[in-house]
Design a protein around this ligand. Structure first.
Ligand SMILES: [Zn+2]
Length: 389
């Protein structure tokens, strides 16, 4: 790479407290950030579970006036943020506990942002310098508690929202959307069903893999990404096979955080293809990435061959080659029950053309290692729909 490309402007993540049982430190983390009345934001399903009630109680026991907001859907929308902001203001809250999978974390972070703004949330989309429009002083502090191991949103500086005006996924960005404190407790992911464990685990793989393949110069991210993938190779099948394997859960939790840490560098066409499917057909984000993964690898082959050969050596695959990585991905998908075609997820040939136009302008597209236009995306969709690798 030419010397003039050896440049970067890099941030690395935040205060992470990691380990089984660390959820017990939640009240102290809230106090550390100056909260007296946190609002715990989670999704509707999780709100029924004991772990949420216990988290709220642990705060209330030490006189933190903790509220609960759970009107968060998967593939969340602006209305989820608006309702949370209203509850935050009504309850005189002064901080957010973002608790759950990607949707709950993203909405919790977005609520923390929007309680201090007068502009609509779309004014803070990840474009040019739009983040400078944010009134930083109005933002509420956020403690993030991930309960799945996939999105890594606990260390992300974006919230992903579906914009119902044009059915696209948009990134809301501010450097301070990165939560100030993250509590990572693998015990919280013990109850996650096997098929969700598989799907979110593949999301973590797609983050590490797309970050490694992204063409910008960022050796810090590359180093994080390859170790993230080693952990996934060693531990994702075990976590899917036996959800109570705490060691597997712990390694997958940090691998997920590593994926999102690495993808500050950029993502690629896996996410570009996946976002229109989720925004229009409500397909699961991680599952969709998992299905399109090998098709994108093949499309990018020329640009990533050397990198993936080095990855293969590090992962101790059968040979140090692109083909060994591709075979590993195919075998892993099969072993954990990921389908081979987008058709199995309800994406069909008639979706290929309209989704390609959305994929072309997706925020993940510019960092794909090979330039990719609407016609390429259409071919990729048709390959993935019909299972032609
Ligand atoms: Zn993702």
């Amino acid at each position: 790479m030419a010397v003039d490309k050896l440049v970067g402007r890099w941030n690395y993540p935040t205060s992470i407290r990691f380990g089984a049982g660390r959820i017990g430190e939640l009240p102290a983390a809230c106090r550390e950030l100056g909260m007296t009345a946190p609002l715990l934001v989670t999704d509707t399903g999780l709100a029924q579970l004991d772990m949420v009630a216990r988290a709220v109680d642990s705060c209330r026991r030490v006189k933190l006036d903790c509220g609960l907001f759970s009107d968060v859907q998967s593939n969340p929308v602006e209305a989820n943020v608006t309702a949370g902001v209203e509850q935050f203001r009504r309850g005189h809250h002064d901080g957010v506990i973002a608790f759950g999978g990607g949707s709950a974390l993203d909405i919790g972070k977005a609520i923390g942002l929007m309680v201090g703004q007068n502009r609509p949330i779309w004014d803070f989309e990840d474009k040019e310098d739009w983040y400078t429009r944010v009134n930083v002083g109005g933002m509420a502090p956020v403690v993030a508690v991930p309960t799945t191991a996939g999105t890594g949103s606990e260390v992300g500086r974006c919230s992903v929202l579906t914009d119902l005006r044009d059915h696209t996924k948009k990134l809301i960005f501010h450097p301070r959307l990165l939560p100030a404190i993250v509590l990572e407790d693998p015990e919280l992911s013990i109850g996650l069903p096997a098929h969700i464990t598989a799907a979110v685990g593949m999301d973590a793989l797609s983050h590490n893999l797309e970050a490694l393949c992204a063409p910008t110069y960022h050796p810090l991210a590359d180093g994080v990404a390859i170790e993230g993938m080693r952990l996934i190779k060693e531990w994702l099948p075990a976590a899917v096979r036996d959800g109570s394997n705490l060691e597997a859960r712990a390694h997958m939790l940090i691998a997920s955080t590593m994926g999102a840490t690495a993808f500050q560098k950029g993502l690629g066409a896996m996410h570009s293809l996946s976002h229109p499917c989720s925004a229009n057909l409500n397909t699961h984000h991680g599952l969709t990435n998992a299905v399109v993964m090998p098709y994108v690898l093949v499309f990018n082959r020329q640009a990533v061959e050397d990198k993936l050969a080095r990855l293969a050596a590090y992962l101790n695959l059968k040979s140090a080659s692109f083909g060994a990585v591709l075979d590993w991905v195919l075998e892993l998908r099969e072993a954990i029950g990921i389908p081979h075609t987008l058709a199995k997820l309800g994406v069909h040939e008639e979706h290929a053309a309209p989704f390609s136009r959305m994929a072309e302008v997706d925020p993940s597209t510019p960092s794909n290692p090979v330039p990719v236009g609407a016609a390429d995306f259409e071919r990729l969709y048709l390959s993935a729909i019909n299972g032609r690798l």
